[in-house]
Design a protein around this ligand. Structure first.
Ligand SMILES: NC(=O)c1ccc[n+]([C@@H]2O[C@H](COP(=O)([O-])OP(=O)(O)OC[C@H]3O[C@@H](n4cnc5c(N)ncnc54)[C@H](OP(=O)(O)O)[C@@H]3O)[C@@H](O)[C@H]2O)c1
Length: 253
């Protein structure tokens, strides 16, 4: 199958690329760092892999992918690229948070639009969201909101496209051991180890869900699924306060 993965130079996207290339798929990898992408493409098993350098927080780079999507007719399209920002809302530059929104929401929406406009029966679109889209997360408020957007969009699109034989999945990892946390201004080692999955564990669950094509929203990790189930029994005030306790802010002042 021909598969495009955004954000494939590192972390979960890199693990997706390795996993799917080992299953004899042809990968197209998208990210900003050309040298990193070149190294990844060269090291992947199999053949036919290629890379596209694009900054998906920029509208012109996103729009430039439209022609490639129409030409290549990917069997699977994985919107994985995303960034976070840890800190108090008004203590982080608004422009940086809006840039994050451009990547996590605008690019994801436009690429979903281009892909689904050209999709055929049997195709699949995966949008990588986060458990934080369901729980909210003081200390990364805008990031969590972008992931709520990605989750909601994916669920609605799942319904709109299922009778055309096209599968749309909102995939929600919980805390995952990647450089995402450092890039976001945090530290992956600040999370208790037992709460984290490796990128490979997350990808194994994603690929399994992609193969069974059953659910509009898939949460990765038994502990994450348990916590989201438990939170349905709690008041929102309790959920938000509990999640804030795991976050980077030490008080609500
Ligand atoms: N790690 C977690 O705990 C966690 C939990 C839940 C959900 N997620 C989600 O999972 C996805 C992948 O995260 P990750 O943990 O793998 O993060 P990561 O290790 O930081 O990797 C992010 C990837 O996105 C690419 N990227 C970043 N900004 C980009 C841009 N403007 N244009 C194009 N590509 C860009 C990066 O490559 P370049 O720098 O080369 O562009 C990199 O390949 C994200 O959507 C994230 O929100 C992560």
């Amino acid at each position: 199958m021909k598969i495009l993965v955004t954000g494939a130079s590192d972390g979960i996207g890199l693990a997706i690329a390795k996993h799917l290339a080992a299953k004899n798929n042809e990968l197209t990898l998208v990210a900003r760092r050309k040298e990193k992408l070149d190294d990844v493409v060269a090291a992947l098993p199999g053949k036919g892999h290629r890379s596209i350098v694009a900054d998906l927080s920029k509208k012109e780079d996103v729009d430039a992918l439209k022609a490639d999507i129409e030409l290549n007719k990917y069997d699977v399209f994985i919107n994985n690229a995303g960034v976070g920002m840890y800190g108090r809302f008004t203590e982080m530059p608004l422009s940086d948070q809006q840039k994050m929104m451009s990547l996590n929401m605008n690019a994801l929406t436009a690429l979903s639009y281009f892909y689904l406009s050209a999709a055929k029966k049997g195709d699949a679109l995966v949008n990588v969201a986060s458990t934080l889209g369901t729980t909210s997360y003081a200390g990364a408020a805008v990031y969590a909101a972008t992931k709520a957007y990605a989750t909601s969009l994916s669920e609605s699109l799942w319904w709109e496209y299922k009778n055309k034989g096209i599968y749309v999945m909102g995939f929600c990892p919980g805390a995952t051991y990647t450089n995402f946390h450092e890039v976001s201004g945090g530290d992956k080692d600040s999370f208790p180890k037992f709460t984290m999955q490796t990128a490979e564990q997350v990808v194994t669950e994603m690929v399994s869900a992609l193969e069974s094509r059953r659910k509009p929203k898939v949460v990765s990790g038994g502990l994450n699924r348990f916590m989201i189930g438990l939170q349905k029994l709690m008041s929102r005030k309790m959920v938000i306060s509990m999640m804030a306790g795991f976050g980077p802010l030490k008080d609500s002042k």
